[in-house]
Design a protein around this ligand. Structure first.
Ligand code: GLA
Length: 415
């Protein structure tokens, strides 16, 4: 998760609460505290009153932003005549007509709990295990080098059973690494060498085990800083500098020369920075084959022209491009698209982005980060968890298809 560490959460909160709101909140808080201290020191009623007013303003703002809302689900009746409901044609059918992947991530626990494994197999042809392949999750008691693949194997079985591609997610990531690595790096005489070995061992163990079975890997996940046009200064960067990225790709290529190797990320503060990183890797002959755009829409929808322009440039480098983790938080699209129905606006964003991506030569597919709105990381991650409903996916809590589903379907079905 993005929020696996505290500083990640603070940084992201700053991005979410766009600077103006963030700084006004800070000012209000400063005024409240200042007034209280002043009131105590000077025994001033005016200062106390000021503190009270500021408190009420903050409370009001918080109420507006955080109070739960309800939206009518007009789609339950609006789409009853839709072809996908009447002829049992699925997203998978229309995606396969175009030879692209339509995918979802999930956990087997969620799938079992709501019992939708058959539905996944008919609607999607690609599957990303949400956590099971993350470094920290593959280890026994977090002990470096001590792997237990039982859980991961179940995911591969699941994908095979439903004839789906499995995306291996994610080998090297500044958040999903074992806690023990931190301590060992801190004690290492030569942190760079230690890290190289750790990356090598991990990648050869995991990619090697699934050689020929898992054909695509997110080799490096989220290397970008959230706010600066720079690489994130994570544990790998601190030990090896920017070379850790190339190093991981070479290790993955050694472990399975036929696997597709992807750098998976958000675009970050400056598309040119990421573009240059990718193009330098290509010029140096690093064995990267694709770029995965995560596609979480957390706060406000990104500018579709800019996103497509970026992906087009990346495709022109000869890399496959794919959307790998899309989920559009419902309340983030309140002002998008101008439709009175917020679910339509959400569907519109999914559809418009996909429609434009389909024009990109090396576009290979789209995966949503989850299946049912009942299971989304937003609901366990503040501040989003406080802004209900988050409902970012194609199927609602009761597994009813949402406009997002139908918009994607129609875009894929168009000639
Ligand atoms: C990132 C990671 C995913 C997942 C999501 C949501 O995008 O790549 O594995 O953890 O955050 O939490």
């Amino acid at each position: 998760m993005i929020f696996d560490n505290f500083f990640g959460m603070v940084k992201l909160s700053i991005v979410v609460f766009t600077p103006i709101i963030f700084y006004s909140l800070m000012t209000f808080i400063a005024v409240i505290f200042g007034s209280i201290i002043f009131a105590i020191v000077k025994k001033s009623k005016k200062a106390l009153l000021l503190a009270l007013v500021a408190f009420l303003c903050i409370g009001g703002l918080a109420l507006i932003r955080f109070s739960p809302r309800t939206y009518e689900r007009a789609y339950l009746t609006d789409y009853t005549e839709h072809i996908s409901n009447n002829k049992a044609i699925t997203l998978r059918d229309v995606a396969e007509e175009r030879s692209i992947f339509i995918g979802c991530s999930d956990t087997l626990a969620n799938i079992d709990a709501q019992g939708y494994d058959e539905m996944i197999g008919t609607e999607f042809n690609s599957f990303t295990p949400e956590n099971a392949f993350k470094w920290s999750k593959l280890l026994v008691n977090g002990e470096l080098g001590n792997y237990d693949f039982t859980e991961a194997d179940k995911y591969l079985e699941f994908a095979k059973e439903h004839d789906m591609r499995l995306r291996g997610h994610a080998l090297v990531w500044g958040k999903g690494y074992p806690a023990e690595l931190q301590q060992m790096i801190a004690n290492a005489e030569n942190p760079e060498e230690f890290m190289k070995n750790a990356i090598d061992e991990h990648i050869s163990a995991v990619v090697g085990r699934y050689k020929g079975e898992i054909t695509v890997w997110d080799v490096v996940n989220e290397p970008m800083d959230l706010m600066e046009p720079a690489l994130e200064e994570n544990i790998f960067f601190n030990a090896m500098g920017e070379d850790y990225i190339k190093y991981a790709f070479y290790a993955a290529h050694r472990a399975d020369p036929d696997a597709k190797l992807v750098l998976n990320s958000y675009i970050g503060a400056d598309p040119d920075f990421l573009y240059n990183l990718l193009s330098d890797m290509i010029s140096e002959g690093v064995p990267i084959t694709g770029f995965g755009l995560q596609g979480h829409v957390m706060d406000k929808p990104g500018d579709i022209d800019k996103i497509v322009d970026f992906l087009q440039r990346v495709s022109d480098l000869g890399l496959d491009v794919e959307i790998t983790e899309m989920d559009v938080r419902l309340r983030a699209v309140e002002g998008f698209g101008g439709h009175h129905d917020i679910y339509e606006n959400q569907g519109n964003y999914y559809g418009l982005l996909l429609e434009r991506c389909l024009e990109i030569e090396n576009f290979t597919g789209i995966t949503t980060w989850g299946v049912s709105d009942r299971n989304t990381w937003y609901d366990s991650t503040p501040p989003y968890a406080w802004m209900q409903p988050t409902a970012p996916l194609l199927f609602d809590d009761e597994l009813e298809k949402k406009p997002a589903y139908y918009h994607i379907f129609d875009v894929l079905a168009e000639n």
